[in-house]
Design a protein around this ligand. Structure first.
Ligand code: HAM
Length: 417
């Protein structure tokens, strides 16, 4: 028997209403904030991700699904959506459009991680990317959208964590200070952090190993090494959040696992999620478009993991669905008439179903119950002969005889579509 791949999940019909609800809430929130949908490819040339996310990040070093195309070109399944969106922005010369380019996307991403609750190898993100301004109000806008989306879903115990990663120059000045501090305590750091000390020292700050955390508690902070401009930008973002009533915590350890960020970095966590506690995260990436060969265009965005949203969504969340109708057609004439009636009902906008395996009324009614249909239409040979059908309320079991001629119209007066 062939099985699905580890960390790659099927979303079965019982779960898809929950997913649709999440996706529709995301779409609604993004549109309200003036973001338009973009659909970018699921795979791209590998260098796009290596150059944007960063060659020494966990994603690029260990987690990408990379394969050779038939002509030998190295391709990769997208591990996130920012790189592809920036590529599309450049390729289609969107900077020439006088409007701000604000995009959102929904779709699967792929990372070869160790699967656990809330961490998959194929997972889904809702992301937004706002190109064209370094105004701190654009940062506030994307954070507000993320906060609004998660609050619309009534997710419990959310915390917004904020940090500033400064400008490239700020980080260049800060890194030697951090490295020299970390070198003094190198023997106390875990193996991974000792390696990161050489490749990506900022990441030592967000290591979860308790001894590493004790060491870095006293480490010099990037926010104490910000230029006047970066400090002012961060202060304006924080003031903007306060002005619109979004509470936040400062977290000097928040450095993000992707290299394209500068200035604002943020993450929304929930205590309901266990080890994988980040629901959504993002930040500013003013240098990315230019580094990929485009014009100098500042940008800010976020992405939310929809599996994590789904884990936290209260079970009572259901999508209201128009009542479903079951056509219980039996007997020779009944079955023939049933085929036509089903089609008429569907064309009239009803959710109509049947089970072709059922041959008796009893079997049909059992299936109507199992499928949670609100109504059944009973149609046997006798009914066909006298030009009628019975409408049965599956809950109250009350039945009403209706003429088969213009049946959908009669039904519309009784059942909302
Ligand atoms: P990220 O922090 O790598 O950022 O991912 C964003 C969110 O995707 C995470 O907070 C988490 O909820 C979800 N996620 C990541 N990996 C997995 C996984 N293996 N299984 C389930 N969920 C996962 C980015 O991807 C950036 N592109 C965000 C961004 C957009 N920054 C600016 N614009």
């Amino acid at each position: 028997m062939i099985k699905g791949i580890k960390g790659v999940k099927d979303i079965l019909p019982e779960e898809t209403p929950r997913w649709r609800f999440i996706e529709e809430t995301a779409r609604g929130a993004a549109l309200r904030y003036g973001f338009r949908e973009i659909r970018i490819p699921i795979f791209e040339v590998t260098t796009l991700f290596a150059r944007s996310i960063g060659a020494t990040t966990d994603i690029v070093e260990k987690e990408m699904y990379t394969f050779a195309d038939r002509d030998g070109t190295s391709l990769t399944l997208r591990p996130e959506g920012t790189a592809g969106t920036a590529r599309a922005f450049i390729e289609h010369n969107r900077a020439a459009d006088p409007l701000l380019q604000k995009y959102f996307y929904l779709g699967p991403m792929f990372r070869h991680e160790r699967p656990q609750a809330g961490r998959l190898r194929q997972f889904h993100q809702f992301g937004v990317e706002s190109f064209g301004t370094s105004d701190p109000r654009a940062d506030v806008e994307v954070i507000a959208l993320l906060w609004r989306f998660l609050s619309d879903l009534s997710l419990p115990d959310l915390t917004l964590e904020m940090n500033s990663l400064g400008s490239t120059a700020d980080r260049a000045a800060y890194l030697p200070v951090l490295i020299s501090f970390l070198k003094e305590h190198e023997s106390r750091l875990c193996g991974n952090c000792r390696r990161r000390l050489e490749t990506n020292p900022l990441r030592v700050l967000d290591c979860k190993v308790p001894e590493c955390r004790t060491v870095t508690e006293k480490a010099p902070r990037l926010t104490d090494h910000l230029s006047i401009e970066a400090r002012a930008h961060f202060d304006q973002v924080l003031a903007g959040l306060t002005a619109i009533g979004i509470p936040y915590h400062l977290n000097h350890r928040l450095v993000r696992g992707l290299d394209y960020y500068c200035l604002t970095a943020f993450e929304i966590t929930s205590s309901h999620l266990g080890a994988q506690n980040a629901v959504g995260a993002g930040g500013r990436y003013d240098g990315l478009v230019e580094s990929l060969g485009g014009p100098s265009v500042p940008a800010v965005g976020f992405a939310v993991g929809l599996e994590r949203v789904s884990l936290m969504l209260p079970d009572t969340t259901t999508t209201p669905h128009a009542p479903s109708i079951y056509v219980a057609a039996f007997g020779d004439k009944g079955s023939r008439a049933g085929l036509i009636l089903l089609e008429e009902l569907r064309r009239a906008g009803f959710y109509a179903q049947t089970d072709y395996r059922a041959t008796t009324l009893k079997a049909h009614l059992r299936q109507a119950d199992r499928a949670h249909c609100s109504f059944a239409i009973l149609l046997g040979d006798d009914e066909v002969s006298n030009g009628s059908a019975l409408l049965r309320n599956m809950e109250s079991k009350a039945q009403e005889k209706l003429s088969l001629a213009n049946f959908p119209t009669l039904l519309k007066a009784r059942i909302p579509t």
